[in-house]
Design a protein around this ligand. Structure first.
Ligand code: SR1
Ligand code: MG
Length: 389
């Protein structure tokens, strides 16, 4: 039949035809699309005992509409990424019940009992002790398992080839790693940061460092990434007294530099911190970079002795972790900047009554993380940039 855009009324038939649900009359559907790219539907039974989510990639960027075409093949990348994530962190991703490659539609666990981390943070909640540690651990496991340390060379070459995702990588290369530093119709910003936006476009030192990070993003096939790990790609909550963390939306996945995922997560925690400061409700925000890095490093070190290729001595591990740390800081800086003067802004700042001070601080932190990353050896030195005393 070929690809067709699914509407709310199509979902019961789709679930039935694909063997997910017997009684079509019992399926009640609502659209809950929220992200920039795709459509999401929630299907539930009348008595509320069963529910599933259906996510379909459109042939364009959802928030832009048909004027920004985009192949729905990106859902294939997402399905592939979930398959890898399921091997290393099955409890930290939604259960995937099926993938329909013809319609580029995933059927997955309904997570509407959980909350998007960004939403919670914006409302004033704290992270709690588990979230960042589990993110760091998940990233270490995914990175190690899909790197040349954890995967035999031939298998990894096949993974790299299967995970090539030119259109989605191009979005990141453009909207994250280039457009904010040139004049571009996608860019917009608050009047109160106009001088900084202009200064960044003329800042040769900054632009050269971003070029370096961009080139690394394009060429450094270290491990499979989530590719868009902001706080809107994480759900948290509690199920029967157990804290739950779920990472979702890995459609930007490809084999790239490990520091990109950590960097995006850090950027979003740092901007959230600026929001909390602006509102006078700082909780555990300042600890999240440390918690996620320590968990990442600890898990990566734990896995190191299981490596499948030689890399000689443990000394290389130290060099490798240092490189991941430094690149993570750089990518954190680029994510902060693009979220304030680029295309896709963060509600952390846009919903502040007066976002100017928090935005300016964030932009300057972002710049310093990029240009100063080689001279920031540890968490304390980063804290000194984020919150100088
Ligand atoms: C056109 S896409 C803009 C952003 O939305 C996605 O969630 C990614 O973050 C991308 O950079
Ligand atoms: Mg997304």
């Amino acid at each position: 039949m070929g690809y067709r855009i699914l509407e709310t009324d199509d979902i019961p038939g789709h679930l039935h035809e694909r063997g997910h649900w017997e009684d079509v009359a019992d399926i009640h559907v609502r659209e809950v699309s929220d992200g920039n790219m795709n459509r999401v539907f929630l299907a539930s039974s009348a008595d509320g005992t069963r529910s599933l989510a259906v996510k379909q990639a459109l042939p364009w960027v959802r928030v832009a509409g048909p004027s920004w075409p985009m192949s729905p093949d990106r859902a294939d990348a997402e399905a592939r990424a979930y398959a890898q994530l399921a091997k290393v962190a099955p409890d930290e991703i939604p259960a995937i019940h099926g993938y329909d490659p013809e319609n580029h539609a995933l059927v997955m666990e309904d997570m509407s009992d959980l909350e998007v981390l960004r939403t919670l943070l914006n409302e004033g909640a704290s992270y709690g002790p588990h979230t960042s540690a589990r993110i760091g651990e998940l990233l270490a496991r995914l990175s190690f398992a899909t790197s040349d340390f954890g995967m035999p060379s031939a298998e990894r070459k096949a993974l790299i080839a299967a995970s090539v995702s030119p259109e989605l990588c191009k979005i990141t290369e453009d909207v994250v790693l280039s457009e904010p530093y040139v004049e571009h119709e996608h860019n917009h910003w608050h009047d109160g940061v106009d001088d900084l936006a202009k200064a960044f476009r003329a800042d040769t030192r900054l632009r050269t460092e971003v070029a370096d990070l961009r080139h690394t993003f394009m060429t450094s096939a270290q491990a499979l990434l989530h590719g868009d790990l902001h706080t809107g790609s994480i759900m948290v909550g509690d199920r029967e007294g157990t804290p739950v963390v779920r990472v979702f939306d890995p459609e930007f996945s490809f084999v790239g530099p490990i520091g990109f995922d950590l960097g995006l997560y850090w950027a979003n925690t740092l901007v959230s911190e600026q929001r909390a400061r602006a509102l006078g409700r700082l909780t555990d925000h300042a600890d999240q970079l440390r918690l996620s890095w320590e968990a990442f490093e600890t898990e990566f070190r734990r896995l190191w002795p299981t490596r499948v290729d030689t890399f000689f001595d443990d000394a290389y591990l130290e060099r490798f972790l240092r490189r991941v740390w430094t690149e993570s800081l750089g990518y954190a800086g680029t994510e902060i900047i693009r979220r304030i003067i680029g295309f896709a802004h963060l509600t952390d700042l846009t919903t502040l009554e007066d976002p100017v001070e928090a935005s300016r601080r964030s932009l300057l932190i972002g710049r310093e993380l990029i240009v100063g990353r080689e001279k920031l050896p540890d968490v304390n030195s980063v804290r000194a940039v984020v919150h100088p005393t």
